[in-house]
Design a protein around this ligand. Sequence first.
Ligand code: C2E
Ligand code: CA
Ligand code: CA
Length: 570
Amino acid sequence: MAATTLRVLLIEDSENDAALAIREFSKAGYTIISERVDSRQALISALQRGPWDLAIADYAIPGFSGSAALAVLRQYDTEMPFIFVSGTIGEETAVAAMKAGAHDYIMKGNLTRLVPAVERELREVDVRRSRKHAEARLAHLAYHDPLTDLPNRILLHDRLQQAVLVAQRAQEPLAFLVMDLDGFKAVNDGLGHHLGDHVLQQVAVRLRSVVRDVDTVARLGGDEFALVLPCTDGEQGMHAARKVLHALKQPLVVGGHSVNISGSLGIAWLPEHGSDSDTLLQKADIAMYVAKNTGLGIAVYSPHRDQHAHRELAMLSELRTAIEQDQFLCEYQPIVCLDSLGVVAVEMLARWQHPRHGVLPPGDFIPLAEQSGMIEPLTMLLLDKALTEWSQPGAPPSIQIAVNLSVRNLRDPNLPDRVADVLQLRGVPASALALEITENLMMADPAHCLTCLARLRQIGVTLAVDDFGTGYSSFSYLRHLPVDQLKIDRSFVTGQTTHNDAIVRTMIDLGHKLGLRVIAEGVESAAVLERLRELGCDAAQGTFVAPPRPVRDTRQWLALRMQTYAAGPD
Ligand code: C2E
Ligand code: CA
Ligand code: CA
């Protein structure tokens, strides 16, 4: 039973017959709201006043007819149950009525069938309505993004194509914008996907609020959006882009957290940058990529950047594949204690064995991974690889392995857990792992880093400030960092001059005052190594000691060195 109150429209010339029908419903426990009509005009106005749950019609009505009533009603409501209740209906007429869209017919002499028939029809209309609704929803979903309800990529393509045709015919300008949010991944990782979704929804609302009704705002997927702006030239397109950035800048509150979000926008327009939708999409995408990489926020497509951006885009998809297929190689560079000259650690340095470009240094792919959110899977892959290779049977147990982290890794609140998991999986004690974080990056985001570093240290991992001297760390700030080691940047060490000598001495003293071990990198000569020892530096690495090499070579080097020093190091 759908409801206890039924709104029944009676198409009936006899008041008596109408009352009899209503009595059937009352007997079954329904409260009836009804209206009796017996002309086309009355029916139409009753339908307009609706809604009605069902209609019951006599077949023969003077000056009107049941089948005419049915035809009128179907113009207003294609679903409403319609049942003939008639004394005179013959079987043939009944069949014709059903064919015309009546749901049932009941003899006036057999009214007990009425309520069950109505109940069955009401149930069926419910089913039909929800199926229709579901179908409509599916059709909508095929072209809209379920999270933001914005047009999706498919509909965007269609709209852009249409807009291009219209603009070309009318010789009007058209601007197309692609936007990618900056730092959205950190938001997602930090607040969880649920709140991340809220952020995207609010971004969608803001985007809609800054454009006109004729503009299309679409979600391309992830944190990427696109805007089609008809009758908009380059200048106005720039203006719209600035409005978008301004709207995004306003603080955004989700789940009680205030979130700062920004975006990078790429712009391309008709006819300068392309004459079809695919080209505009591609060019705006390249411009967006430039905006992101340069940190400019907004970039207009420009052909001379094209080649460069193309290469980077290609590299980006190759990097994704490289991570999936593990095309990386780990090299290990020994770090020696300056007192005993014994090896205290090896630093893992990553290489990409690119299928076409050969072996690439980290500078060619780490920044790319950082910008594209791939640094997290890459770091975990490399960490796992290094621990697996280094912890194989026969590995010297007392030698630590140092792995470089990107500061982006520290924004991932799950990093400490992930590191602990890998250590456990590979059976390596936390004390055997050191993690190095570049100084200037750490200073860029101290609050985030602090919590993450503290938790890593709790696990028992050694922490080092890398490239020390290149950043802006103040003495007082360093004191609050939960770290164990300072690595003096190689620019101060290699080719040590008197000027550098004073700086290096100061750094070593500073490190020692803070209770940190000081390691010098980039030692390329015996003289520098000797000077560092005089200055009280704790450890050193560099090509003079040994260059970074694959695991087997570094192992061999180690074995040889152990033999040499087993004979009696000083
Ligand atoms: P870094 O941590 O400062 O690593 C030391 C760099 O100095 C390495 O360059 C190494 O090959 C080089 N080097 C070693 N000895 C000498 C020497 O005597 N003289 C000179 N001039 N250079 C020397 P590489 O391998 O190109 O790595 C560059 C940077 O890439 C690293 O600097 C590190 O910041 C980053 N990196 C390397 N592997 C990874 C990784 O797995 N993850 C992350 N996030 N960054 C990495
Ligand atoms: Ca390092
Ligand atoms: Ca370094």
